[in-house]
Design a protein around this ligand. Sequence first.
Ligand code: SF4
Ligand code: ZN
Length: 348
Amino acid sequence: MKINPDFANTIREIRDKALEERSHSRKVVNWVEDHRLRSGPGKAIVFILPTKGCSWALSRSGGCSICGYIYDNPQEPNFENMMKTFKEKLHDSIKDGENCSLKLFTSGSFLDTSEIPEEIQKEILKEASQYKEITEIVLESRPEYVTKKIMQTIKESIDIRKIEIAIGLESANDEILKKSINKGFFWEDFEKAAARIFDVGAKVKAYLLFKPPFISEYDSIKDVLQSVSKLNRLGVDTISINAISIHRGTYLSIMFEKNQYRTPWLWSLLHLCKEIKSKYPNLRLICDVVAGGTQRGAHNCGDCDKQIIDALKQFVLSQNIEDINSEFICSCKTEWKSFLLQEKITIS
Ligand code: SF4
Ligand SMILES: [Zn+2]
């Protein structure tokens, strides 16, 4: 069994209550941001497409313990409006001759046909294929929707070498997936999906979650390093380390409100990025800090947060370890070290 039924039931009860306030309709959200392309620093055009949202979050298993994205998805998607806005905004965002990445997010799975019907998936990809400036396209999906058939359909719609399927693996440790995140799949499912992606010539991006509930920060550092090693052996060349930020209406948000959870330290992220990049210099390592410097996101003491977040941003764009290798000095570094030890003892 890939879930713990008691844990899943508790998550579902929290979810059901929070879902009552979900809005009925929502517009396409879109922005342009700095991004590390395979070819070097550049821009990404990001779309959040208003689908019904993640099927796993809406299932009787309640979804992941840490995720509240579903509350931003509408109950009744309107694909006609969505396509019209998508085409207009994409056209307006492209800059002639400037290569960019296109990130197509749904706060769920782009490849789930109950979220986006196959015809709409194809129409979106055909539209994107008209722009030579778009050199990379990121589509997020859970592994179960990465079928041979769907990968073949994508291959028929667009140059498959541009496609990167981003999967929220979170951890390569099945115990953590089951008991801490309620992910509903295991490492072997990720492995099989990755094989289907590689088979058609597309690329895989993996998200790893830093510090899920019930795991001490120290153990999560170890887990991320072990997961990166397994991903590297599999041939995954882009990994994004996502430090927890607290989403409302989640199991984790309740722990946080009861002071049973501290969001990760920026020192830990800095340590992780240094370790990983020095061991795997060719890996494209992403580490975007959401809500960084606040209590609900990765943070230090408040005095040194900005300089570390800025250094991490610069490092992600340059992929040059020198950007994070300088000696950052702050008195809270000692506090971080004793926290790692103390929290590990408490959780054990
Ligand atoms: S983390 Fe991903 S799979 Fe889990 S509930 Fe959120 S969108 Fe769904
Ligand atoms: Zn500090």
